[in-house]
Design a protein around this ligand. Structure first.
Ligand SMILES: Nc1ncnc2c1ncn2[C@@H]1O[C@H](COP(=O)(O)OP(=O)(O)OP(=O)(O)O)[C@@H](O)[C@H]1O
Length: 562
């Protein structure tokens, strides 16, 4: 209970808080006591201060003297010694909430540890390289922003077989070095083994970024998919032996399952650390001969949503063959990433609001589709499929109804493969290839899908069946319910009373696919568009670097060759 002393001093006496009697305390505050109404006000104010004080004391948050129960300066020496931290239920709940926020994807706390501890330690111990350490060999690829070579060391080093890949990149190489270093620390097995990156200024063409990876092998998933022998050509390299099964759907299914599991595993690693690749396609998946697994390459278009690097909401980077219909990984209403510490603090909220990882999931779904349907492995057929799917409002079941009655042997084979084990493969596929990002499964949830239980649906245990039911329940379309809630909110929303107005809500609603496709684009036009977008996005990123807005967050980590 709080009282006002004749002199206007406010004295707080202990009040029970959650059944616990708290130690006495006092606060001195000058309050006029001349009028009764003012007295009432003062008492109310005193109650309020009392309650707030007790709340903070209860949850263990406050100034040292209140928390440590040390009383007035005058009487402090007479008080019993503090018995340490008081653990209360609200305190524990608050702490748990704070911890789960800090550890929620993309991980604010692990991010700080990574940036301020791991990155520094790594810099002390990692081997460094210079341009002269390498002899460049065969050209492996050339993209819009760099050339990739196979390379070997000019002088052998201990414990080094000397097989490398070097990418000489333009300005955007800085972003790619940042992403590769982040990945190496957070989920090294997801991507090709990154060794080192530096800025080389002595080149005649101007400054160039050199990126070094271990040479993983010569096969990309794109190359393997083009072989008539797929998936048997992958079977031996991935499983290490030929399966004791006759050639047929069941055997092919096992190989495809293994590839899918590896791809989802790699993607889950990236997403868990807040990186969205944005350019997942068979050309960017390499088979690592050393670890007998598929790994992701080419992080040049990736966005690090933990600190907002390479993330520009109104721009997108995409290969039209594999891109999700939303084109943007974040809502265009989301503001451009603020400074890195602020972006990091807000990242769990933005991640949950936008679920940007589902952009990559759509691309993986299309790769799954290509593995199952031989006829969709060529570029032209994939582009045609994309058009058909768009006409079906991105509903795979509707597409199936459209094409199955007049399907050729290749298409029928795909449906049969996905229908094995009670259609569990088809179910996984349809949970990845969906119009709305929010309804797509995450990489982690996909890995737990019964499709990956070796024996299939029929052999599922009771527990697994329950998990399956749970999975199906969580895959329901709840957008109608969400719309209903939005409607309710709309009714109460006016300019005067607050809440959301109709116009504001309109922006919140997800846009449905347009029924009619716009003018049909051919593959060349799409490729040109992609290139233009890439150039524009990189230009914007470079502008940001030039502005000095983001330089600190990646450029300063990159060693320079003077
Ligand atoms: N670690 C690696 N090990 C073996 N080969 C690699 C490795 N990294 C890249 N490659 C090869 O180099 C090619 C080009 O690599 P990457 O996609 O990263 O470059 P890029 O400049 O972005 O090219 P593009 O724009 O054509 O994708 C790949 O298709 C792959 O064949």
């Amino acid at each position: 209970m709080a009282t006002i002393s004749p002199g206007g001093a406010y004295i707080g006496t202990p009040t029970p808080f959650l059944g616990k009697k708290l130690k006495p305390f006092s606060l001195t505050q000058t309050i006029s006591t001349s009028k009764p109404t003012v007295n009432k006000l003062c008492r109310a104010q005193a109650h309020l201060i009392d309650a707030v004080h007790n709340l903070f004391l209860g949850v263990g948050v406050g100034l040292p003297c209140t928390v440590m129960e040390c009383g007035d300066m005058i009487y402090r020496s007479t008080l019993p010694k503090s018995n340490g931290l008081t653990i209360t239920a609200p305190g524990v709940a608050l702490a748990l909430t704070a911890l789960s926020y800090l550890w929620a994807t993309p991980g604010v706390a692990p991010g700080f540890f990574d940036m301020f501890v791991l990155a520094f330690v790594e810099r002390l111990f990692r081997p460094t390289f210079r341009k002269d350490d390498f002899v460049l060999g065969k050209k492996l690829g050339e993209g819009s922003f760099g050339v990739v070579y196979r390379a070997s060391l000019s002088k052998k080093r201990a414990n080094d077989d000397g097989e490398y890949v070097v990418k000489k990149a333009t300005e955007y190489g800085a972003v790619e070095i940042w992403m590769n270093e982040r990945v190496r620390r957070a989920c090294g097995n997801s991507c090709a083994d990154f060794v080192y990156g530096f800025l080389e200024k002595s080149s005649k063409k101007g400054p160039e970024y050199w990126l070094l990876w271990k040479y993983e092998g010569e096969s990309t998933l794109a190359g393997l998919l083009q072989s008539k022998d797929f998936p048997y050509n992958v079977e031996t390299i991935i499983l290490g032996k030929v399966q004791d099964l006759p050639k047929g759907l069941e055997r092919e299914n096992i190989v495809i399952q293994t590839i899918m599991r590896q791809l989802l595993f790699a993607l889950d690693g990236l997403h868990s650390t807040g990186i969205v690749h944005r350019d997942v396609k068979p050309q960017n998946i390499i088979f690592s001969e050393g670890s007998r697994a598929f790994k992701i390459i080419d992080l040049g278009a990736a966005a690090d949503l933990r600190v907002g690097i390479n993330y520009i909401p109104k721009e997108f980077l995409l290969d039209p063959r594999y891109a999700a219909p939303e084109q943007y990984i974040m809502s265009t209403q989301t503001p451009s990433a603020p400074s890195a510490p602020v972006a990091a603090a807000l990242s769990p909220v933005l991640w949950q609001m936008n679920l940007p990882d589902r952009f990559d999931i759509y691309s993986i779904g299309l790769i799954f589709l290509q593995m199952a349907f031989p006829s969709l492995r060529s570029d032209s057929n994939l582009i045609q499929f994309n058009r058909q799917l768009k006409r079906c409002d991105y509903d795979l079941t509707a597409w199936r109804k459209l094409v199955e009655p007049r399907a050729g042997p290749d298409l029928r084979k795909g449906f049969e493969l996905l229908d094995l084990d009670g259609g569990i493969g088809w179910e996984l596929l349809t949970s990845m290839v969906r119009f709305k990002a929010r309804q797509r499964i995450s990489a982690k949830a996909a890995l737990a899908h019964p499709y990956f239980d070796r024996q299939g649906l029929l052999a599922l245990s009771v527990m697994q069946n329950m998990r399956m039911q749970y999975f199906r329940a969580t895959q329901q379309d709840y957008s109608e319910a969400a719309n209903w809630v939005i409607q309710l909110m709309a009714r109460s929303g006016t300019e005067k009373d607050g809440g959301f107005t109709e116009t504001q809500l309109q922006e919140l609603r997800e846009k449905e696919p347009r029924k009619k496709a716009s003018a049909q684009r051919n593959a060349l036009a799409s490729a040109l568009r992609l290139k233009r977008k890439l150039v524009k996005t990189v230009a914007e990123t470079i502008d940001e670097i030039a502005d000095g807005r983001k330089t600190v967050w990646w450029n300063r980590w990159i060693p320079r060759e003077e």
